[in-house]
Design a protein around this ligand. Structure first.
Ligand code: NAD
Length: 364
């Protein structure tokens, strides 16, 4: 513990420490480590295995120290690869025991979308900070319960909106704020790829949070909000599937429109059927765009006055996790707190409602 710890920092840490006091000495008083926060990945699927764990080898302010998994055969592989001790291995039933483990400061929920709320709340109640993948949860009620659990336990709840940490994205956020190219007059954004899920894969099952809008369309929706810095007042959407044999239960495609308070309309698209990856912003005095705008690397942009936004060579997820770890260490607000996730989930729900009502405008 440093001597120059701020009062706010102390309060955030103390909140977390108090939550575990029933189980032993608070982690901030006992930990002997390298100053990095210990992260436990919860759910060892594709994103955790191939993207987050490797990124956690590059981070300065946090590191991989634990795993929570329901697949026993994955345990020795992860332990060997990342030097994870037996004491830091949990399954979904024992995860609450992380409360006793001073090695772990953060649980990172990387599970199917319908499991985000339950395991985020278990993590918060164990006195651990929670990072949760997007979409935050299935509905607004779940999002609120997650926010409440984090508040009650004095821990941070942060959503894995990696684009908000990406430098070219941050540049265009600044363009919007400073009206570098004038007032925004139109936004168009779409995210999609040609997916081919098994029909029983959770991404094709509505009640598990499947569908293209939650998976990839969310990036376009979030982009409209971060580009303008505004909250939409109305939305309408249309959802459908072409490959009914796979996506009978959720949207293969979504088209949506957002109306902002100043009358600005954003047109969004989402797809599991075709590739797209664009964010175009028109302004009163010019334009800018990012293409691709949501990829793990290679995000690049151009503007009407010839400015080129070249790809950042850094690792996007390492940057995100370092920023989020610093927010915990410094007791500052994270870039994308739970409230940010809730706003998107609320809008996606309204898009779904609108689609059921033949594309009627829904007030937000
Ligand atoms: P995945 O299907 O590859 O992995 C899901 C994991 O959950 C698996 O390890 C699986 O065993 C486990 N699991 C536990 N209970 C399960 C159950 N009942 N049914 C199915 N799986 C179960 O998924 P993923 O691609 O790793 O995605 C996980 C989360 O990460 C999702 O919320 C997704 O939206 C998010 N994600 C975010 C990004 C990003 O760029 N931010 C990228 C990919 C995925």
């Amino acid at each position: 513990m440093t001597n120059n710890i701020s009062r706010k920092d102390f309060l955030v840490r103390a909140g977390s420490a108090l939550a575990v006091s029933a189980f032993g000495l608070p982690s901030i008083l006992t930990r002997q480590n390298n100053g990095k926060l210990g992260v436990a990945l919860v759910g060892l699927g594709n994103y955790a295995t191939n993207i987050l764990a490797p990124a956690l080898q590059l981070t300065e302010h946090c590191e991989l120290r634990g795993i929570v998994t329901g697949s026993p055969k994955k345990i020795p592989v992860w332990q060997k690869k990342y030097d994870i001790p037996d004491a830091n291995v949990y399954n979904y039933k024992t995860m609450y025991e992380i409360a006793n483990n001073d090695d772990i400061d953060v649980v990172y929920i990387v599970l199917p979308n319908n499991m985000h709320a339950e395991y985020s709340i278990i993590g918060a109640n164990a006195g651990k900070h929670v990072w949760c993948e997007k979409p935050m949860a299935m509905n607004v009620e779940e999002c609120r319960a997650m926010i409440d659990a984090a508040e009650k336990n004095g821990v941070q709840l942060t959503i894995g909106y990696r684009m908000q940490h990406e430098p070219n994205t941050q540049t265009i956020i600044k363009y919007g704020k400073e009206e570098t190219y004038g007032r925004i007059t139109a936004i168009r954004s779409g995210g999609g790829f040609r997916a081919n899920h098994e029909p029983d894969n959770w991404r094709a099952v509505g009640e598990m949070g499947g569908g293209s809008m939650y998976d990839i369309g969310l990036y376009a929706l979030n982009a409209a909000r971060y580009s303008t810095g505004l909250e939409p007042v109305a939305v309408r959407g249309k959802q459908w599937s072409v490959r009914e044999d796979i996506y009978s239960d959720c949207d293969e495609y979504t088209d949506f429109e957002l109306e902002f308070p100043n009358g600005l309309i954003m047109e969004g698209q989402s797809s599991f059927g075709k590739g797209m990856n664009y964010l175009d912003v028109d302004c009163s005095d010019g334009w800018y765009r990012l293409r691709p705008f949501l990829s793990y690397s290679g995000v690049r942009g151009a503007t009407s006055d010839g400015t080129i936004l070249s790809p950042d060579p850094g690792n996007q997820q390492a940057r995100q996790m370092d920023n989020d770890a610093l927010a915990i260490k410094n007791g500052t607000n994270p870039t994308a707190p739970g409230e940010e996730g809730l706003r998107d989930v609320r809008i996606v729900q309204a898009i779904m409602d609108s689609s059921r009502l033949d594309g009627q405008w829904m007030q937000l």
